[in-house]
Design a protein around this ligand. Structure first.
Ligand SMILES: [Zn+2]
Length: 255
């Protein structure tokens, strides 16, 4: 295949450069084949570096201008700066087109936010712990504080993730997610195949949290790709029992 381009990425309807990296187009061997972007999953660091460079190049930046943080399933938000690397957090914000913001995922939900009036962007990593921590709403508030973004002007894309029909969890997870009053009880339902277990719709929960944070419902779009089902296109931590790669969801502020 030729050089990786943004057209190889799944993307939402936001009028800004953004997308979710494909599984193909990289150099990693199985079980990370082939565009693995995770450096902590056992893959060869040289292969991961080459894969990351390909993604950066596809979006027109040098690898040094990819803003990344150490994701810890929390709600800390950081602005893209030269010193951001190594900080712990789960959301990045910027209004500077020199940066490509990237969050890593392989089942967890990546969320891209775009201020259609002011131009600021955010990339958010939200698994169930991120939902419980309120990371999506934290990113909305951070955009408001730092760039004056009005939630009514924000547009959101919820990227590929493990969808509710495939995501079995325990009751303690359901309780943690439902503890946020913005999250409706209907995002979780008893697992039809396992007594005492539940199914959890993480994208549905994040959608509700974004609406509670002030985004108009029509401004929130969601991928219907299930990372657990789409084995040809997606890494899935659950499906592959941890032996797999990582995707990046990326966004770059307009120039
Ligand atoms: Zn599925």
């Amino acid at each position: 295949m030729g050089e990786l381009t943004p057209a190889d990425f799944e993307r939402g309807p936001l009028p800004v450069a953004h997308g979710f990296s494909p599984r193909a187009g990289g150099v990693s061997p199985p079980p990370w084949h082939s565009l693995n972007l995770g450096a902590s999953v056992g893959d060869d660091p040289a292969a991961v570096g080459e894969n990351r460079r390909r993604v950066a190049r596809a979006f027109g930046v040098e690898l040094e201008r990819v803003a990344r943080i150490d994701q810890v399933h929390g709600a800390a938000v950081h602005e893209a700066t030269p010193g951001v690397t190594g900080l712990e957090g789960d959301a990045l914000i910027s209004d500077d087109p020199r940066w490509l913001l990237a969050v890593s995922a392989a089942d967890c939900l990546p969320v891209i936010l775009f201020d259609a009036r002011g131009g600021a962007v955010a990339a958010v990593h939200a698994g169930w712990r991120g939902v419980a921590a309120g990371v999506a709403a934290a990113a909305v508030r951070a955009l408001g504080r730092r760039y004056g973004s009005d939630p009514a002007d924000l547009r959101a894309w919820l990227g590929p993730a493990i969808q509710g029909a495939c995501y079995q969890v325990g009751p303690e997870v359901v309780a943690a997610v439902r503890a946020d009053p913005a999250v409706p009880a209907a995002v979780a339902w008893p697992d039809p195949s396992a007594a005492g277990r539940w199914r959890l719709d993480v994208p549905g929960a994040v959608r509700a949290q974004l609406e509670a944070a002030g985004l108009p419902p029509v401004a929130i779009a969601a991928s219907d790709t299930c990372t657990h089902c789409a084995a040809d296109r997606c890494f899935s931590h659950r499906r592959d029992a941890g032996r797999t790669g990582r995707h990046w969801a990326v966004v770059r502020a307009p120039g």
